[in-house]
Design a protein around this ligand. Structure first.
Ligand code: AMP
Length: 560
């Protein structure tokens, strides 16, 4: 039996190391000493997931439940706890400090008790996840309180971070994959293949230990990682590189992976979460439109507006998130299915078959009504024609796929290339910033952006940007903003004097209640600092609104 303290010490050691190779080595040696049950848990734990990525189980602990539990276990008030949080910006530090200062009256169970094992923590997490109904929050808090009251400060640090699924030790799936490979004498590629088929690092680790990685196969009911697309250089360039391409619309919707066995249908989202209950009409169209006993299908669900054009992405999200009383939302936001791939048919995995063969099979089993149309061509004019139609219809552009390519689960490679219109950039005013974490704690790492309202002259928020900033820029930006810091806000957030303009690229502008402008940028990325621009030259909310209106081809060719 391995203690949770052992795990906490491992995390603490890894947290202090910068290099991924060294992190993987330390983790590998820890994994190699675990028994089977622990090996099922630890690979997810170190990445900050209480349960495997593919599992349906959600812990469902929010900060307030956590602070409540911590307060009861430590005797500190929630105000004291929030003060520590404001000072440190890290729930782990909060838990360690509160438990470290534990009042004597609450000490009894700790001194007398046995030390927590990894399995104890996991089984409490399971009870927390299973709590439902009216009393669920108090059941969750009680179990967490038990864990904290049995913990030393170091254990409390990682229990708190794990409960909020934010480990901050710089271990992602890649490092765990390398560690499993190293611990059990497999290659990282073999481990990754197993992971892509199962989404469960713990299961992969156990099979690797038994030398049975090759037993892991695509199975109905267990989502496989989805194949992803790269950004292409443009129609002529991308087509020249691929030679002949299978061309499809790039639908503006949300990815779905559908598992069918008889009338049983299970749907997984892009993040491999089960969303079956939210999407009854997709279930129905599979039952009606797919003529085979069992299959795993890949496609896009599109929300159709009254004018026939796709609705904005956030409308689809409303469908994916809705679990109860689905009918009302389904009426308002009806979904259509466009299948573009098949990876498993009646007992046979198809991932290693070339796309052209998978497409032949897909056309054989699926009704054309639910199929994404596909054209195989090497003529750039033909591709340009398809692209124009897709954009005019309100979709994103086109996908070019290599007809000879296998289904590369979990990979973003050059066999699927997306071509989309280049979105314009916005010049926005930086009005706030947030200090980084861990290695980046001495740098300002993300920046709050605003756009002036032409009517009031006030700067209104449109969101945060943290992408597109490398280590070198971090230092430069921190220097640039150091003298502009006005007030330190909550936690790690500061307000800065509005002086600097960022040119920011993004995928899309969304309507949003989260920011005062009423808009938010999806996937914002810093292009450059516009030190050549004065504050008055920032893009106004009027421009944000007009870009919002013209995006997604609403005024594009052919849409009138
Ligand atoms: P992106 O999210 O920009 O990386 O683009 C990849 C996503 O485009 C996929 O995950 C799908 O959700 C979506 N998509 C839309 N149409 C297609 C298509 N015909 N083939 C593959 N992916 C598509």
């Amino acid at each position: 039996m391995t203690t949770f303290l052992g795990f906490a010490e491992l995390c603490s050691k890894i947290e202090g190391i910068a290099g991924s190779i060294e992190k993987a080595e330390i983790l590998a040696s820890f994994l190699s000493d675990l028994d089977e049950a622990e090996l099922a848990i630890v690979p997810s734990f170190v990445t900050g997931s209480p349960f495997p990525a593919s599992s349906e189980i959600l812990l469902g602990v929010g900060p307030s439940t956590l602070y409540d539990a911590l307060s009861r276990a430590s005797g500190s008030s929630t105000t004291e706890i929030k003060d520590i949080l404001r000072r440190t910006g890290d729930v782990g530090a909060v838990a360690a400090e509160a438990i470290g200062k534990r009042r004597p009256s609450t000490l009894s169970s700790f001194i007398g008790g046995d030390s927590l094992s990894i399995l104890d923590v996991y089984s409490r997490f399971l009870q927390i996840a299973r709590a439902s109904g009216r009393r669920s929050q108090s059941v969750k808090a009680k179990n967490l309180q038990y864990l904290f009251s049995e913990s030393s400060p170091l254990e409390a640090r990682y229990i708190a971070r794990l409960a909020l699924e934010d480990m901050r030790i710089g271990v992602g799936e890649g490092i765990v994959r390398d560690a499993i490979a190293k611990a059990f004498g497999a290659t990282p590629a073999e481990v990754e293949r197993g992971y892509n088929f199962t989404g469960d690092l713990g299961l992969v680790a156990r099979r690797a230990k038994e030398g049975r990685l090759s037993d892991l196969k695509v199975e109905i009911g267990r989502p496989i990682k989805m194949m992803l697309a790269q950004i292409g250089s443009g129609i002529p360039g991308s087509l020249a590189e691929m030679g002949t391409a299978a061309v499809e619309w790039k639908f503006d919707g949300s990815r779905v992976q559908i598992h069918k066995r008889g009338d049983d249908v299970e749907i997984f989202s892009r993040r491999l979460e089960r969303v079956t209950r939210s999407l009854p009409e997709i279930v129905a169209s599979i039952r009606e439109g797919v003529r085979t006993e069992s299959a795993i299908l890949d496609g896009e669900a599109v929300a159709r507006g009254e004018d026939g054009r796709p609705l904005p992405f956030q409308e689809i999200l409303k469908r994916f998130r809705r679990k109860y009383k689905v009918e009302g939302t389904a009426k308002k936001i009806p979904l259509e299915l466009f299948l573009f791939d098949i990876v498993y048919l009646d007992g046979h995995p198809l991932i290693d078959e070339p796309l052209r063969e998978r497409r032949r099979i897909l056309e054989e089993v699926a009704d054309p009504k639910i199929l994404a149309a596909q054209t195989v061509t090497s003529d750039p004019e033909v591709v340009a024609g398809i692209y124009e139609k897709a954009v005019a219809a309100g979709h994103e552009g086109v996908m070019l796929k290599s007809p000879a390519s296998p289904y590369a689960a979990g990979k973003r490679g050059k066999n699927w290339v997306k071509i989309k219109p280049v979105m314009e950039t916005l010049d926005l005013v930086v009005v706030g910033a947030r200090w980084g974490e861990g290695r980046r704690a001495t740098f300002l790492g993300s920046f709050r952006l605003a756009s002036p309202d032409p009517d009031t002259g006030r700067l209104e928020d449109v969101g945060w940007v943290a992408t597109g900033i490398n280590d070198e820029m971090l230092a430069e930006l921190t220097d640039l903003f150091r003298d502009l810091v006005l007030v330190s806000g909550e936690g790690m957030v500061v307000e800065v004097k509005p002086e600097v303009i960022f040119e920011v690229a993004f995928e899309e502008i969304q309507k949003s209640k989260s920011y005062s402008s009423g808009y938010a940028l999806r996937f914002p990325r810093l292009v450059r600092v516009r030190d050549d621009k004065a504050l008055e030259e920032a893009d106004s909310l009027e421009r944000v609104a007009s870009l919002y209106a013209t995006q997604r081809g609403r005024n594009g060719p052919g849409s009138g």
